[in-house]
Design a protein around this ligand. Structure first.
Ligand code: COA
Length: 156
């Protein structure tokens, strides 16, 4: 069975993330959405809330499972018997950072592979921090996130 990990902070999950997860789920037998604690980023939603929102958003995808992790991504991959990670590339500026991260992960775990998928055109400029800002400043974001996320942002 081929299995891949789609990792991230998902604070909160957006339609841009979902685009990548959905496309990965068509290509692979099993997809694990791995939600990092990312304490250093001081997330708006707790790890449990981010996981619940991701589970709810992905519930229509039967081969997608949501898990949380702390620490190194390579250790999470080993524990889950997986060695392929799929990440979305949006804008050119994503590339340098992703390139470094892929190289470091490979050094830590030589079998580790990072595959990049180009974001669909409509999500090229979307990010979770933009969504948080729109929500906090009264902007419109409903079409950019799953329904459960829009509800959670309204209840903040
Ligand atoms: N669509 C829309 N937005 C996307 C996206 C997509 N397909 N993919 C990424 N993004 C956005 C996110 O919304 C986020 O936006 P924000 O910063 O404005 O909130 C931004 O891209 C960064 O994504 P994020 O998931 O926070 O972080 P990351 O790309 O830095 O990677 C981990 C997160 C969990 C994969 C990474 O930090 C990690 O591996 N952590 C574990 C520790 C570790 O192993 N470190 C060593 C590796 S070098």
């Amino acid at each position: 069975m081929n299995k891949v990990i789609v990792p991230g902070t998902f604070d909160p999950i957006t339609n841009g993330h979902l685009d990548i997860i959905e496309r990965a789920a068509k290509l692979y037998d099993q997809v694990i959405v791995a939600i990092a604690k990312s304490a250093g980023k001081n997330p708006l939603f707790s790890l449990e809330e981010r996981a619940e929102l991701a589970k709810d958003s992905c519930s229509y995808l039967k081969n997608v499972e949501v898990k949380t992790f702390e620490g190194l991504l390579v250790n999470f991959a080993k524990e889950n018997d997986a060695h392929i990670v799929v990440k979305g590339l949006r804008i050119v500026s994503d590339f340098e950072y992703e390139f470094q991260m892929a190289g470091l992960n490979r050094k830590l775990y030589p079998e580790f592979e990072t595959l990049f998928m180009m974001s669909s055109h409509e999500y090229m400029h979307l990010s979770s921090s933009q969504i948080r800002e729109l929500a906090q400043m009264g902007g419109e974001y409903e079409e950019l996130v799953p329904e459960c996320v829009a509800k959670a942002l309204k209840n903040l």
